[in-house]
Design a protein around this ligand. Structure first.
Ligand code: PLP
Length: 389
């Protein structure tokens, strides 16, 4: 069989851009100084970290002093939620609102906070995969101190009404955090206009390196420190900076943001082409709103198919895709996101997520449609219970 190699799992991670790699190289080689040291090599590293902080802030509509570097999206989410929860407890507030289809970095952090005595409301998500601001407003009580709703979902790509939810929070004096790991570099973000207090990003989701991210925390907010130790990140998150990672993240975000509109229209066209092709396959359903979603995200379910088997057969043909969320691969549980939008266990288990990017081509999309169609048919032929309805 002809060997294709198509990467269609950009929501799991992306390649490191050449620009980011080149920006990082000096800090991986001769400019290895510790930014906390006083001699010239250390000062150069410090300068690079601070320039990067300013560039990242600018891409988000923030100020440099509002950006705190972390080891990635998970850490930023943990810090935002735990830090804000512990701070609000001192003001007698103990209620958090989030949604059922957040990333596990948010959901599991909320579960940990529940064990500490916080109360958490998990909002339902509607079939289109979008949280309704009026339901957020309705869930607010006297003791609500924090609301966390993701910017765009990592499995179905749906974009949330962030500005409206932020405005509700602002009026009520409630902190608003958003996990923007899937959105940063792909959708325009303006933390001021969108009324965001805290926002998480991760470099490897926009062609930066893995293991580095940032938390935007609005000036004047107080959240508890995450790590104690040195005075890095203005004393709020100790540990010698990942200098090369930070520089690479800034270069990648700047590059993505400079081309955000042209990339979005190119990738949206590819995704729509993929959608039309996949929907030609009998027993294929589309998951989540068709329009209000990340440019590259396609999520479908095939009746009579195990998504995991499909994924493995596609892998043998050189195609990288995801069934459910990459973070839950290995577990056989159906995706919590697809269940949250009302899919049955079988529909959720028969799902496939394809996430395209500026690196994909129309020819690749045609190949994807062709091979997926063939493979679905093959799997169904192997399933004695499958009959076309
Ligand atoms: C990938 C992802 C994370 C985790 O980011 P890491 O940098 O891998 O820790 C968190 N939230 C969302 C929505 C993601 O897609």
């Amino acid at each position: 069989m002809e060997k294709h190699s198509i990467y269609a799992d950009h929501a799991a991670t992306t390649s490191l851009s050449q620009t980011a790699l080149e920006a990082m190289m000096p800090y991986l080689t001769n400019l290895f100084g510790n930014p906390s040291t006083a001699y010239s090599m250390g000062r150069k590293a410090k300068k690079a970290v601070e320039v990067s902080r300013g560039e990242i802030a600018q891409c988000l509509g923030a100020e440099a002093r509002e950006i705190f570097f972390t080891s990635g999206g998970s850490e930023a989410d943990n810090w935002a939620l735990k830090g804000a929860a512990h701070a609000m407890r001192k003001q007698g507030k103990n209620h958090i609102i989030t949604s059922r289809f957040e990333h596990h970095a948010v959901l599991h952090t909320c579960a940990a906070l529940e064990k500490e005595g916080f109360s958490v409301t998990y909002l339902d998500v509607h079939e289109n995969g979008i949280v309704r601001p009026e339901e957020v407003a309705r869930a607010i009580g006297e003791s609500t101190g924090l609301i966390s709703i993701m910017f765009a979902n990592n499995e179905i790509g749906t974009i949330q009404p962030i500005e409206e939810i932020g405005s509700i929070c602002r009026k009520k004096g409630i902190l608003f955090h958003t996990d923007a790991v899937q959105a940063a570099g792909h959708l325009p973000i303006d933390v001021r206009k969108q009324n965001i207090d805290m926002l998480s990003i991760s470099a490897h989701k926009f062609h930066g390196p893995k293991g580095v991210g940032a938390l935007f925390c609005r000036d004047g907010l107080y959240i508890e420190n995450l790590l104690e130790g040195g005075a890095q990140e203005r004393g709020h998150r100790a540990g010698t900076e990942n200098v090369a990672g930070i520089v690479g993240m800034a270069a990648a975000l700047k590059e993505s943001c400079a081309h955000i509109h042209e990339n979005a229209s190119f990738v949206t066209a590819l995704r729509n082409h993929l959608r039309e092709g996949l929907l030609q396959i009998p027993g294929c359903r589309w998951n989540g709103d068709a329009v209000n979603r990340l440019p590259g995200n396609a999520n479908v379910s095939f009746s009579g198919i195990e998504g995991e088997s499909l994924l493995l057969m596609l892998d043998m043909q050189g195609i990288c895709v995801s069934s459910g969320s990459a973070c839950t691969t290995g577990a056989v549980d159906p995706s919590h996101v697809l269940k949250a939008i009302g899919l049955s266990d079988n529909e959720a288990k028969g799902s496939l997520r394809l996430t395209l990017d500026r690196e994909n081509t129309e020819q690749e999309v045609d190949t994807l449609i062709h091979i997926i169609s063939e493979t679905v048919q093959k799997l169904r032929n192997m399933n004695p219970f499958w009959k076309e309805t």
